[in-house]
Design a protein around this ligand. Structure first.
Ligand code: SF4
Length: 381
């Protein structure tokens, strides 16, 4: 089964910390982009394509007007069959949702709303440059539920400059009080060339101390667990059965088509990357009648297995050894056995008969664990 990712690269304005591919655009740009997106669906997808899951992200999908969302829905219905789709998620920036847009999302086929809340605290929302007021998220969740979207996920950020453990607990409790079934919690990172990073370099903000960030990681896990929302991926938490099925496709290196500017896809180990420029994207499709790919790459068996480790070790269940063998063509133990034994002795890794996974201590330093495992893969099998 193959999934589908749709990228909508438009935002109302750019947040202070964001380095995702997104930008502001005119209505004319957006309409032209939707023309191009429909053409990409026509060129890229096989006839009768029935995705296992769909995820519409950005940018801000709800930056589109109600009319544009309905138009996108018509395009999707013409090119894909949603009858077997297990989950259709749309990212929602709370400040851009209206009751009419929530209904349009349901017409599109959306069954799950992922709200980019980041914080419920007015001070932190302002510092992050989020384009909405505290309290807006609550209204947006009500709009989604009233339209019939019952599956609710929220993104929150932690390790914000000046944030304390109490601030974090307040945000977590506020999110859980909305009856959300899924939470994504990401530590703020200072990406190159963002306004927030410039503030850091100018000494205007101080980064969260590393020790406090580690404590926050632990508090997040404990607070969620106490509320029946368990960690299933290093940054993601869900009630039983409410895990994001689409993201599990990425973490297990499944197959998906990516459509839209900046989107990438993966089919049988072949990666496709679209132009991360909505003008170039629209031009390729509408004027040159071709796919807007800037790059395709067929991963070697070992590179594919390495990517599986990189993604799959993020899951608390870890990487399935049979899947590693399927990709690499050799047993996990024959390429990573020595590194795995070292990590096991340090209490950072566990092996079961079917999986290799990080321990809770290993999850805290996951990058080093993965690097150590992957170091064995550089030697010939
Ligand atoms: S809404 Fe999301 S994609 Fe858009 S600028 Fe903010 S963080 Fe970036």
């Amino acid at each position: 089964m193959t999934s589908l990712y749709i990228h909508i690269p438009f935002c109302v304005r750019k947040c202070e910390y964001c380095d995702f591919y997104s930008g502001v655009a005119t209505e004319h740009d957006v309409d032209r982009y939707l023309d191009a997106l429909e053409h990409e669906l026509r060129l890229r997808l096989p006839d009768g394509f029935a995705p296992a899951t769909v995820f519409m992200g950005g940018g801000t999908p709800t930056r589109l007007s109600e009319k544009q969302l309905l138009r996108l829905g018509d395009a999707l219905r013409s090119h894909i069959d949603l009858s077997n789709c297990a989950e259709f998620t749309s990212e929602i920036n709370p400040g851009t949702l209206t009751p009419e847009k929530a209904v349009a999302l349901v017409c599109l086929g959306v069954t799950r709303a992922s709200f980019g809340v980041q914080s419920f605290d007015a001070h932190f929302l302002k510092a992050l440059g989020r384009a909405y007021e505290a309290g807006t998220a609550t209204q947006a969740v009500e709009m989604a539920r009233a339209a019939g979207i019952q599956r609710i996920s929220m993104d929150l950020m932690f390790a914000l400059p000046g944030q304390t453990l109490d601030h974090l607990r307040e945000d977590l409790n506020a999110a859980l009080a909305h009856g959300t079934e899924h939470l994504s919690l990401y530590a703020l990172t200072f990406e190159d060339d963002t306004p927030l990073t410039r503030q850091l370099l100018n000494g205007e903000v101080e980064p969260c101390p590393q020790e406090l960030e580690r404590e926050m990681f632990t508090v997040v896990g404990e607070t969620c667990a106490a509320n029946g929302v368990r960690r299933y991926e290093v940054s993601n938490f869900a009630r039983l059965g409410a895990e994001c099925r689409h993201n599990i496709v990425y973490w297990t290196l499944g197959d998906w088509h990516g459509v839209g500017a900046g989107a990438h896809g993966m089919l049988d180990g072949k990666i496709t990357r679209n132009a991360a420029d909505f003008h170039a994207y629209s031009r390729a499709l509408l004027q040159e009648n071709r796919l807007p790919e800037v790059e395709t790459e067929q991963l070697s068996p070992m590179a594919r297995a390495e990517s599986l480790l990189l993604m799959g070790m993020r899951l608390t269940q870890g990487v399935e050894l049979a899947r590693f063998r399927q990709f690499a063509g050799v047993e996990f133990a024959s390429v990573c056995g020595e590194a795995a034994a070292r990590l096991k002795r340090q209490g950072l890794l566990e092996m079961t008969p079917t999986h290799v996974r990080a321990t809770p201590a290993g999850l805290l330093m996951l990058d080093s664990v993965i690097l150590e495992l992957a170091s064995g893969m550089e030697q010939p099998a």
